[in-house]
Design a protein around this ligand. Structure first.
Ligand code: MN
Length: 258
């Protein structure tokens, strides 16, 4: 039997499950807020074109208005200035095979419960690898923080007088993953792939700076990472083929052993 017919059989008999890593996308979807001097990404609005009425008696459809980086979404290398001159750096030009890869799930949920500003370090990654093996090249690294279990925009953004507080990556961890491990990219449960406080880091937003400069991708606002094994799942994360796009909302699916 070919690998693909085995896969079809395994999907049918339930020994491989499809896990949806995607958050619902709607007007309540939280979006990142930047300091006032910068342009802001709007939240999603949806306007009915017709709904079985005079404007379209037999059909229903909507107009969407939203930023590319809204809800569960993909970051392309061109999103960051460090990746602006790389080849194949937009949602339209990234080779499609790079949207599919094995997943390494790094469970930092205990760390982030203790410290919302938790940053992944090289030592943390190497400890994970001593248990699960080296992170393979061209894999997705998914940071499980249980942030997706937080209820509502306020708890997700977690802003106080010193700004947003949410977990992310220390610069040297991003460098290890991008340059030494050659991952496809990183996926997170928070609304961006950098920590809430990362605007004040040196460099600012080090994960974006490093990953996109190395031609790597980002996935933000994932959920259900707690349903995946540390290794052994496959993630499919293909953005809309927006011409010149810096990213897009997308449906992220994982194939995982039951
Ligand atoms: Mn983004």
């Amino acid at each position: 039997m070919s690998v693909l017919s085995q896969l079809v059989e395994a999907l049918r008999d339930g020994s491989i499950r499809v896990v949806d890593l995607t958050q619902p996308l709607g007007p309540d979807t939280p979006v990142i807020g930047l300091p006032d001097i910068f342009g802001q990404s709007p939240g999603l609005t949806m306007d009915v074109i017709s709904r079985y009425d005079d404007a379209g008696p037999a059909w229903y459809w909507n107009t969407l208005n939203l930023g590319e980086h809204t809800g569960t979404h993909f970051d392309a290398p061109v999103h960051w200035v460090t990746g602006k001159d790389l080849p194949n750096n937009t949602t339209e030009t990234i080779p499609a095979h790079q949207y599919v890869g094995p997943a390494c799930v790094l469970d930092c949920s205990a760390d982030t419960a203790a410290d919302p500003d938790f940053l992944l370090t090289p030592a943390w990654i190497e400890r994970w690898e001593s248990e699960h093996g080296r992170i393979p090249a061209q894999s997705w690294v998914l940071l499980r923080t249980d942030w997706s279990k937080r209820d509502g925009a306020e708890a997700i953004l977690n802003v106080d007088e010193s700004g947003p507080h949410s977990p992310g990556f220390r610069a040297d961890a991003s460098e290890l993953l991008a340059n030494d491990r050659d991952v496809l990219g990183v996926g997170v449960e928070t609304i961006g792939t950098d920590a809430g406080q990362a605007g004040g880091f040196d460099p600012p937003f080090p994960n974006h700076t490093t990953m996109h400069g190395a031609g790597k991708f980002g996935l933000a606002s994932l959920c259900n990472l707690d349903l995946l094994p540390a290794t052994g799942a496959i993630v499919i994360a293909a953005p809309l083929k927006i011409v010149g796009g810096s990213g897009s909302p997308l449906r992220v699916l994982a194939l995982t052993p039951a």
